[in-house]
Design a protein around this ligand. Structure first.
Ligand code: NAP
Length: 495
């Protein structure tokens, strides 16, 4: 059982009364009072009793020191005195710091206390697996609950924390393990599956720590029919899949969460997929640069994955990891709707990664004769050979006098962020081919502007995104999504 703890950061007792009432109404099981944030003249027994009485439910008292990221600047001796008072003031739980309060933690051993103790430790930058695991074990043996928080720069570190949590849970310890920041959210979303005793959450719009989920979201995750989905890629910050898929879940009457998991290349391996499965994740989208690796890592491959040699959708089916490719469906639908069949038309694909494979299959499927162009000619020719197509170096394509009818950009060039200013060489637009840009953020890319400036038709990747996402949704849930709802949610997120 994982209790939802509402972290309350209030300055006054009146503030505590109002916020704690609201927190319990929203579904919190316990509230945490950050005493270090309150403007109090003293922390004597009388004041503490007033504060405790303001909360009509179980409460944790936390006096976070500046050394551990809080606001309390009490000297060591004053801190020890204050904590002794707090321990006697009727709080169900008291947070003590593993490093600063080590002496008190030792003294409390064997003493009968009304309050349960939490020994907490905070890292200010990502630490190694051994360091975190050692600190958590120390914390667990120092108090009733051990608590460790660590910032996560990428979701690979959250996966590491999750694995530590699973092992700690198997050893029957009571613990709280928090990955801070957006990329640590996996530890919050999957707190129950990790085996954590508590998950800290916030009042709407008032996070007390980076990455905290709102109380109602955190408590809805406890429900067993909650669906957890995610996107694995690097980077993922440009993606609008989260609002799009969450809108589809809501419209279909399902409760669920979709996470953006930024996992760098070296960290995406079989262990990552197995851990996500153990954490109860139902399915994943896979994006740049992991689609080919995902193809190798799956236990079973659907027809779409086998046809393309790339996986953009994973479904966890018991212990089995099943790969599919819904880019193929999304792109085929978009091309068919815009230009119908292409018998005899000459198409060129720029890029030789996962999406290029779906484009190769989609274009050859509707009768086009296809050439693959890439900055790395070896990759272009390997892909072209596999699909029985021609290949060309991207620089040579830009200089070539012969024109194509269709041009498909399967590179990230033009994507907002790191690639925003980079463009395809202008020579590729020779002869004004119909241009399909798989990039959808921004909705009108610099490459689309260039194609249109020359008088060509140009389409962005949003329509494909929505249709590949809808197909993934069908695979994960077995339900029909509302595609218009998904489109509107994606547009809103891009606006
Ligand atoms: P990927 O597997 O990593 O492949 C990326 C391709 O782009 C590789 O061939 C890579 O070449 C090439 N590339 C990267 N940077 C380049 C540069 N500066 N100049 C020239 N080529 C470059 O990624 P993917 O999954 O195929 O995705 C490709 C793009 O399509 C991404 O922007 C993705 O967001 C978009 N996409 C959109 C949708 C949609 O629904 N609209 C669906 C799928 C993909 P190297 O191998 O030499 O690095």
């Amino acid at each position: 059982m994982t209790d939802v703890v509402a972290s309350l950061v209030e300055r006054s007792i009146a503030g505590v009364t109002g916020s704690s009432k609201k927190a319990f109404q929203l579904g919190a099981d316990i509230v945490e009072l950050r005493l270090d944030h309150m403007s109090l003249l003293s922390l004597d027994r009388e004041v503490l009793r007033h504060i405790r009485a303001a909360v009509k439910g179980p409460a944790i008292a936390t006096l976070r020191s500046a050394r551990e990221g809080g606001r309390s600047k009490l000297s060591k001796s004053k801190r020890a005195e204050a904590l002794e008072e707090i321990l006697e003031s009727g709080f169900e739980y008291v947070d003590l710091e593993l490093a600063n309060d080590s002496r008190l933690l030792q003294e409390l051993r064997g003493r009968r206390l009304r309050a349960k103790t939490i020994a907490s430790a905070h890292f200010f930058k990502p630490a190694s697996r051994d360091t975190v695991e050692h600190r958590l074990r120390e914390a667990c043996s120092a108090a009733d609950f051990g608590k460790v928080a660590m910032p996560c720069e990428h979701a690979g570190q959250a996966l590491m924390l999750a694995r530590i949590g699973l092992r700690t849970s198997a050893a029957n310890h009571r613990f709280i393990l928090i990955g801070m920041g957006d990329q640590g959210q996996l530890t919050r979303v999957c707190a129950r599956q990790i085996g954590a005793s508590m998950a800290y959450a916030c009042l709407p719009g008032r996070p007390a720590a980076p990455g905290q989920l709102e109380i109602s979201v955190q408590s809805s995750l406890a429900s067993h029919d909650n669906i957890v989905l995610g996107l694995v890629g690097h980077p993922v910050s440009h993606s609008v899949s989260k609002p799009m898929q969450e809108a589809a879940l809501k419209k279909a009457g399902l409760t669920g969460t979709y996470m953006h998991l930024d996992i760098p290349e070296g960290e995406f391996d079989r262990d990552a997929l197995v851990t996500l499965n153990l954490l109860g994740v139902s399915g994943l989208n896979i994006t740049i640069p992991h689609k080919l690796r995902a193809f190798e890592l799956c236990d079973k491959l659907g027809a779409s994955a086998t046809a393309t040699g790339a996986v953009n959708t994973v479904k966890f089916d018991g212990e089995s990891i099943v790969g599919e490719n819904t880019d193929l469906h999304g792109l085929s639908l978009m091309i068919e709707r815009k230009i119908g069949t292409c018998k005899g038309t000459r198409a060129v694909i720029v890029g030789a990664g996962g999406a290029a494979r779906a484009a190769a299959k989609a274009l050859s499927g509707i009768g086009a004769s296809v050439t693959v162009a890439a900055r790395d000619f070896r990759k272009a020719s390997a892909l072209a050979r596999e699909f029985g197509m021609d290949s060309i170096d991207l620089r040579a394509l830009a200089k070539r006098s012969e024109a194509f009818d269709i041009l498909v950009n399967c590179t990230p060039l033009g994507t907002s962020g790191r690639h925003a200013r980079s463009r395809l060489p202008s020579g590729v637009f020779k002869g004004n081919p119909v241009f399909f840009d798989l990039v959808y953020n921004p909705p009108v890319t610099s490459n689309m502007k260039e194609a249109r400036r020359r008088g060509a038709k140009a389409y962005g990747g949003l329509e494909m995104l929505v249709h590949q996402g809808a197909e993934s949704f069908r695979i994960w849930t077995g339900k029909e999504p509302d595609v218009q709802v998904m489109l509107r949610a994606a547009r809103r997120a891009l606006a």
